[in-house]
Structures are given as C-alpha cells and as structure tokens.
Design a protein around this ligand. Structure first.
Ligand code: SF4
Length: 478
C-alpha cells in the first residue's frame, strides 16, 4: 500500500509568500511513524502542487480550521479518482463529523497511538471510520523524515521536544488538543538536533523547536540545553515570559546557541489580558523581560492578537508603537479566532457572538469570525490591517533593525533581518493579509472612519486601506 501525506495550505496573502521559511512538523513526523513496508511521500501544498493522479492507495490529509474548505476540496478530488482519504489535525479533532462527510476515515486527537493500526486496517481493506488517538508517552519517537522535505523551505530541521502547555489561555486549543505536559527523553531530542544531512550550512546550523512552551519544565529544559551546548547549534522556540526571571536558564539559553524566542504577549490592555486568561503576562514587566533576552543577544519575536473584549480600534492601532517601545524585534499580528475546543469558543457561543462565516478562511487568523465587544467586526478587521501596515512600514522596520544591529548576536540578527525583511517586503508590495470578501465588511473598508487608522507619516499614495480590500474578491476564491 502506498501512502501520500498532504499537508494542506491555502495562501493568506494575495501574492503568496515571498519566501517559505519553515515547514510544519506533522507531515514528516507521520511519515517517520509509517512502517517501511508502506512507501510514503509528503506533499506540502504550501510549496508543492498536489498530485491528484498519484499512484498512492491512501491519502492522509492534515489541516487546521482555516484551511478546512481547501482540505475538503482536495479530499473530493482524490475520492473522485478512487482514492481512500483519511483526515486528521486539530480541526478534525474538534469537528470529526463534519470531516467525515468528506473522507473515508478520521484520526482525532494525537495520531501516534492509532497511526499504525489505521495503516494496517487500510492495507487490509478494513479501514474504520473513526480512530481516536490518546495522549501517549513521547519516548521512542523517530527522527522526522527531513529527507522528504522539499528544498523550498529555508529551515528544515524542525524538532519537538515537549508537548502541551501548563497554561490555559482562553483562545488556545493546545490544552484540549495536547492535554498535560510531556517531554521526550533528552538523548532522543539530541539525536534529532544532531541530524545534519542538509544541503546548506544554515540548515545544518538552525534548530526550530515547534514546541508550544519548550521551557515550561525547568529541570528538563536546563538538562537539554546543557546537553546541546557541544553541538553549537542556533535554535529558536516559543516560551512564556516568566523565563525572564530565571537567570540560570537565560544563561544556559545563551550558551547553547539560542537566537530567538517567541513570546505570546498578545495585548497591552489589562482588561484584554484578563479576557485572554493570561495571568503569566504582566504588562509592567514586558520591557524588563525583553531586555533580559536582549542582554544575551537573543531576538524576541512576539505574537499580538487583536479583538479581545477590552480592545478598541484606537488601542489596536496604537500597539504598533507600543511593541517597538517594549523592545520587540519581530511582531506577529493576528486576529482573535474562536477555534472550537477553546474557552473562547464556548464563551462566544454562549453569548451568541459567533458570526455565520461563509468559508473556513474566516478562521485563518487574519479575518473576523465573531462580534467584538467594543466595535463592529468590520472595524476590528480594518484596525488589524491598519496595525499591520503601520508595524511593517519602512520606518518601523528600519527602527527595529537598527536596534537589533546594536543588541543581537549574529544568528539572532540574521533571523531578525530575515523576518522583518519578510514582512517589510510584503508591506512594500502591498501584499497585506487577504480580506475575505463578504458583504458587510465592505462598508468599513471604504468608510471615512478609516482615516482614524491611516498612518499620517506615510506618503499620500501609501495611505490606503483599499488595496487590502481590493484583494478580497480574487483571494476569496484562491
Ligand atoms: S501559553 Fe501559549 S501554548 Fe500555552 S495555553 Fe497559552 S497560548 Fe496556548
């Protein structure tokens, strides 16, 4: 039995990505879990065409909620050609019946505990409709199949050392999707970190940890970092801001080659932070926490989410200056999205604030799927785009890079430059996140009210929201 694993992707920018940085881990991890008797290919739709005329007997499709419609389209094409299709991922975990209407079988939850059985059933012609994976030990997981990755990805060595997160932010499905907090044996993580059959020096050098909160268990992460030191890698991960209080950990991060940490800062407002259920973030400590990382030359990437109940259009646009002031090197700016499996979804459903969205792209992190508390949905969307344009304006990018050149170590500076360049180039090309076209959003995007959000420091030709909107029609069908 031949297997194709398709990792679904749907562009979120009208002109796509100028460069594809890093692949998700799922496809090459599932390929590594696949017994050798089943030949396997991994297709990343982000950088490769999907081969509908494949000779595979079984097609496994992985996706998250924002790409659900595209995944269902792919499944329909494969099934029309007589292929059996199995689906998995976070969306399938929380919407299994919806997915089952489009495929032959679903794998809900974490796949490891059922992947082998599902493949055997498929090979025997006895595929079941549902496989419910259970959280299991992370010991003895194989090295991901890096050899199956296409060359288009800049970084290839993606690793997961831990799974889960001890926190429970209202908008995050990690606690429900990956309950508990589990770690892989240090020596097995080291084996993956030491893998170096890559073509380019930076691919041998960089380790991208896809963990949700790598530093949550301090004894574990310190042991891992001590063991990683001799490998002289450059590594990046996500962590929570409380690491800034742990000087020993920060020193070990520096010594083991950390070049970047992603903090989920999310917001500046106390009410919004409370709405996010994020007590581990203290607004008054943001600046000090980031300075502690900068002192060691580490780049601080930070995620900001707009649309919490305390947010207003003005507070959202003002975040562009706030994130520079606290020291962020690379911002990631998204719209609050009520994924099923989260406390946020339950709250908004209870309050009858979920919008009827015509496509799953409203759940891609760049569009609005609910009624905000202090503004209309279209105002939230416009405020997000105005923030995005301001934060990635040439002036803001130049300011961040000038500071990065003074504070960051070489690998961190390289990463900060590449990522600011990535977004700055999008901004220059007018390649802002696609607005999904729907009646009702158009008013705001045309309205004089947008004057409120325009960046008066930009040349007149640049003071436009309309180009973002103009992409909507074409992109909504892309
Ligand atoms: S800290 Fe991050 S991974 Fe953990 S629950 Fe919050 S958003 Fe999710």
């Amino acid at each position: 039995m031949k297997l194709d694993i398709v990792v679904t992707y749907q562009p979120r920018y009208p002109k796509g990505h100028e460069k594809d940085f890093v692949p998700p881990l799922t496809g090459i991890h599932l390929a590594a879990l696949t017994p050798a008797r089943y030949p396997v290919r991994v297709i990343h739709q982000q950088v490769q065409p999907v081969d509908f005329d494949t000779d595979a007997d079984l097609v496994a499709i992985s996706f998250f909620s924002g790409f659900a419609d595209e995944a269902y389209r792919l499944a329909g094409e494969f099934r029309a050609r007589g292929k059996r299709v199995v689906m998995g991922g976070p969306h399938v975990t929380f919407w299994p019946d919806e997915a089952l209407a489009h495929c032959d079988a679903v794998v809900a939850g974490e796949a490891e505990s059922v992947w082998g059985r599902m493949l055997e059933d498929a090979a025997a012609g006895a595929l079941q409709r549902r496989y419910q994976g259970e959280p299991s030990s992370l010991a003895e997981l194989p090295t991901p199949r890096y050899d199956l990755l296409p060359d288009a990805f800049f970084v290839k060595r993606v690793v997961q050392a831990t799974r889960g997160c001890p926190f429970s932010c209202s908008f995050c499905c990690v606690p429900a999707m990956n309950p508990g907090f589990r770690v892989r044996p240090v020596e097995e993580v080291l084996r993956d970190v030491a893998y170096d059959a890559f073509d380019h020096w930076w691919q041998r050098k960089i380790v991208w940890f896809w963990d949700d909160n790598l530093t949550a268990k301090r004894d574990y992460i310190k042991a891992l970092l001590r063991a990683m030191r001799p490998l002289k890698r450059w590594w990046l991960t996500q962590a929570s801001m409380d690491i800034a209080e742990d000087r020993e950990l920060l020193d070990l991060m520096e010594a083991s080659g950390c070049i970047g940490v992603f903090f989920g800062i999310e917001t500046f407002g106390a009410r919004s932070l409370a709405s996010a259920h994020k007590p581990q973030n203290q607004v008054a400590r943001y600046r000090r926490a980031i300075a502690a990382l900068h002192k060691r030359g580490i780049c601080v990437m930070a995620g900001f989410v707009v649309g919490f109940d305390g947010d207003t259009p003005e507070s959202i646009v003002a975040m562009a200056d706030g994130l520079y002031d606290i020291g962020v090197d690379v911002p990631f700016l998204s719209v609050l999205t009520p994924y099923r499996g989260t406390a946020l979804y339950e709250q908004l459903e209870r309050e009858d604030r979920l919008l009827p969205c015509p496509t799953s792209q409203f759940y891609n992190g760049y569009n609005v799927a609910f009624e905000p508390a202090l503004m209309r949905a279209d105002e939230l969307l416009a405020a997000h785009r105005a923030l995005w344009r301001r934060a990635f304006s040439p002036g803001q990018v130049a300011r961040r890079l000038a500071r990065a050149a003074r504070t960051l170590r070489p690998g961190a500076l390289m990463m900060a430059t590449a990522m600011n360049g990535f977004y700055g180039l999008k901004r220059l090309r007018g390649n802002a996140p696609t607005v999904i076209s729907e009646e009702g959003f158009d008013d705001c995007l045309d309205a004089g009210a947008l004057g409120l959000f325009m960046d008066s420091t930009l040349p007149p030709d640049d003071r436009r929201i309309h180009p973002d909107r103009a992409t909507a029609g074409s992109a909504s069908t892309s």
